[in-house]
Design a protein around this ligand. Structure first.
Ligand SMILES: Nc1ncnc2c1ncn2[C@@H]1O[C@H](COP(=O)(O)OP(=O)(O)OP(=O)(O)O)[C@@H](O)[C@H]1O
Ligand SMILES: [Mg+2]
Length: 236
């Protein structure tokens, strides 16, 4: 069984179906990308994994354990960390307080000093600005903070929803670089992205969702040469 395994997932909002028989798997140590147009169902899938949306049918297992039915707050304890679409920061709390909130599960709290030092090493800028309120950070700094907070819990799997959103090209490269460093540090990553080209360059495998269905999946180095991907997602 894969590290994260999703089988035949169906999700509805009222009577509108958002995910149709979605199956996907992630092996430990991979960077897997989830691509697709606006409204394709990417966020819905992440919300289903993290218990924020209850699927109508299908299964999700993480390290062999069923996730469906567990509350969202149980995810950090299981080793799954979620960076939601808007970053999910606490705007009126300081950089440091936001980071400490990421160490919320009781089992992590005692290690928070050590984790904080790790995050500050990865993101020196956050150390400089640790007393600043999150709402006064620049867009790029906010994304760094969101990423830093996501690793405060010492996760095994990180789910990043549009990490590169609103970032200048140089910061996009920086964010992707950071994803690679996390993976090299042993964290498995599921990446939802609109920056298709760069994502295909750093991820191992990708799934393409269209209208709630998996239309295409494969190794990134093959997808990047795929005629359909070139036309529909790379503008070539
Ligand atoms: N809470 C909700 N209630 C009703 N419909 C919803 C809800 N959340 C999402 N949807 C619908 O489900 C579909 C999938 O949305 P989702 O947010 O998963 O897409 P996405 O791939 O993340 O898009 P984007 O790239 O714009 O973030 C859309 O048609 C959306 O309107
Ligand atoms: Mg989304």
């Amino acid at each position: 069984m894969a590290f994260l395994e999703i089988n035949n997932l169906n999700c509805f909002y009222g009577n509108v179906q958002a995910l149709w028989d979605v199956s996907m798997s992630i092996e430990r140590g991979e960077i897997v990308a989830l691509l697709g147009a606006n409204g394709a169902g990417k966020t819905t899938l992440l919300n289903a994994i993290t218990g924020l949306v209850r699927p109508a049918s299908g299964s999700i297992t993480f390290m062999g354990e069923a996730l469906i039915g567990l509350p969202g707050y149980a995810m950090l304890e299981k080793g799954i960390s979620y960076l939601p679409e808007n970053g999910g920061l606490f705007p009126d709390m300081s950089v440091r307080e936001n980071l400490e909130m990421g160490a919320y599960p009781r089992s992590m709290w005692k290690d928070r000093k050590e984790k904080l030092a790790q995050v500050f090493e990865l993101f020196p800028k956050l150390k400089e600005r640790q007393k600043q309120l999150a709402c006064t950070l620049s867009g790029g700094e906010r994304q760094m903070l969101a990423m830093g907070r996501a690793i405060m819990s010492g996760p095994k799997l990180c789910l990043f929803d549009e990490l590169s959103y609103g970032l200048a090209p140089i910061m996009v490269a920086e964010a992707f670089n950071m994803v690679r460093r996390l993976r090299d540090g042993g964290i498995t990553v599921l990446l939802v992205e609109q920056n298709v080209k760069q994502t295909l360059e750093i991820a191992d495998r990708a799934y393409v969702l269209e209208n709630g269905r998996v239309e295409l999946e494969g190794k990134c180095r093959e997808l990047i040469e795929d005629e359909y991907i070139k036309k529909a997602y790379l503008g070539l």
